[in-house]
Design a protein around this ligand. Structure first.
Ligand code: BES
Ligand code: ZN
Ligand code: ZN
Length: 482
């Protein structure tokens, strides 16, 4: 585990590696001028010889050569106009190349930016993230044990906590489906959250039936693994607002009887990324002790084509009493969210946010790095977009187009669970709207950004933990802390 502390100034510290920032045209950032002064002219000449100019993304290292109490120095280019995201990325890149060094000292946080300590702690922590549970040899090698923020007043605790939460979400998403049955995921919530003062209630199949969660029961019907509905409640004293988060928790999406083709199934262990984001956000919010009441709701089940599975054409009644004709069992996320949202509405929160890997159509519209944002009104949209921007996650607003609602009309029930070929992310959101009540509500379709195709800066290939940061930033905004 990486330990991050605030430490003495760079002149008075010591360590295996010193990481210092450099801006465009070899403009020395905090600490870098001192290093160059101590090392002598050869160091500057060496950097120039490597074509290192301080451009964003560049890195170069030189030996401490006995003239400073650091064995190596890593110069990190930040470019000309540095923002928080640049800093997170630079810290993550530094972390990747710092791995063999046990103690790393840095001045990256000393650039003139609000929240720089948090950005560095966040980026460095996630730059070290690796999902190695199932490797039998230690391919990753050693990793940094201590990061010292030279001359800092705070150790970036908030950034480190959020990074730890994102890491937890990634672990859950990267875990193979066989290792994260609804039962085990619910137990995760009990183990990780109760000790942090979050009440956790777990419903199994009997309660799911008794509580009339028809959507969750309908999806779970084809699986041998019993479903769970996890309800988490964090209620600190002096809470300034009450939020409800709902996360799609399909631990594996085979498509059910409307079976997916093999290639479409390969990554469907990550169809619980919304639930993972809600779990991890609850963890971070409790850990940070934010003064906001938060209710988390995660319907958890597999979507399998077993003998008991729902058939295309079947009708169920959801928690809020509305009936749904299931024409495509692969449009299952909206069915479990229907019940999750209905439960959230009953809690009468100030705002409901659901997070879901809901549609391939959203990926077609926005690509792999941007989540679709749907909101009940402009204020909600602004508040979500603001939280996402502050957190460094990319979202783009999409319309809840009333004209398209008729695509969900059914001849046998209140609605069917699919629209036609076009606008699939929108019809999915319109379906959810039927269960989200009349109050403030936002829906994040994270089908794209929940997974990354390649490792870059603080992102690693596989589960990304997308959504955790936005939910935590939203809670902070409602706590008056941003
Ligand atoms: N879990 C999928 C959506 C998805 C697809 C997430 C690809 C991540 C990557 C969802 O349950 C699904 O299968 N949606 C269908 C809906 C359709 C049947 C209306 C889709 O998007 O094709
Ligand atoms: Zn599906
Ligand atoms: Zn799905």
């Amino acid at each position: 585990m990486l330990e991050i502390t605030a430490g003495p100034s760079v002149e008075n510290g010591e360590g295996d590696l010193l990481v210092v920032p450099v801006m465009e045209e070899l403009t020395w950032g905090p600490g870098a001028a001192w290093v160059i002064g101590q090392l002598g002219d050869w160091a500057e000449g060496y950097l120039s010889g490597q074509d290192f100019t301080g451009k964003r993304g560049q890195m170069a290292s030189v030996p401490g050569a006995g003239s400073i109490p650091y064995r190596q120095v890593l110069f990190v280019g930040l470019g000309s106009e540095v923002d928080t995201e640049d800093l997170r990325r630079a810290a993550a890149k530094a972390a990747r190349s710092a791995k063999p060094h046990a103690t790393v000292v840095t001045t990256l946080h000393a650039v003139d930016l609000d929240g720089a300590e948090d950005a560095v702690a966040f980026g460095f922590s996630l730059g070290q993230y690796r999902y190695d549970k199932y490797f039998t040899s230690d391919e990753g090698g050693a990793s940094t044990e201590r990061l010292v923020l030279a001359g800092a007043e705070d150790a970036g605790t908030r950034g480190a906590t959020v990074a730890a939460a994102v890491g937890k979400a990634r672990d859950l998403v990267n875990e193979p489906a066989a290792g994260k049955s609804p039962t085990r995921l619910a137990q995760w919530a009990v183990d990780e959250l109760e000790s942090r003062g979050v009440e956790v209630t777990v419903w199994g199949p009997d309660e799911i039936a008794a509580e009339r969660l028809g959507g969750l029961a309908s999806v779970a019907a084809g699986s041998h693994e019993p479903a769970r509905l996890v309800r988490m409640h964090y209620r600190p004293e002096g809470a300034r607002a009450k939020l409800a988060f709902v996360g799609k928790g399909i631990v594996f999406d085979s498509g059910g009887l409307s079976l997916k083709p093999p290639a479409g199934m390969e990554e469907m262990k990550s169809d619980m990324s919304g639930a993972a984001a809600v779990f991890a956000a609850m963890w971070a919010i409790a850990e940070l002790g934010l003064p906001v009441e938060v209710i988390g709701i995660t319907p958890l089940t597999e979507n399998m084509p077993g003998g008991g599975a729902s058939r295309p054409g079947d009708v169920f009644t959801a928690r809020n009493g509305k009936t749904v004709e299931v024409l495509n069992t692969d449009a299952e996320g909206r069915l479990v969210l229907a019940d999750g949202l209905s439960l959230a509405v009953e809690a009468e929160p100030d705002l409901i946010v659901d997070v879901a890997t809901l549609t391939g159509a959203c990926m077609v519209a926005l690509g792999k790095k941007v989540a679709g944002l749907f909101a009940s009104d402009d204020d909600v949209a602004d508040s979500l977009a603001g939280a996402a921007a502050a957190a460094g996650e990319s979202v783009w607003r999409m319309p809840l187009e009333k004209e398209y609602r008729s695509m969900l009309d059914s001849v046998v029930a209140d609605m069917k669970n699919i629209g036609n070929r076009w606008g699939g992310a929108i019809t999915a959101a319109l379906f959810l709207k039927e269960f989200a009540g009349d109050g403030p509500w936002a829906h994040l379709d994270i089908a794209g950004p929940a997974r990354a195709e390649k490792t870059e800066h603080y992102i690693s290939k596989g589960g990304t933990g997308f959504g955790v940061r936005t939910l935590v930033a939203l809670a902070e905004a409602h706590a008056g802390q941003s």
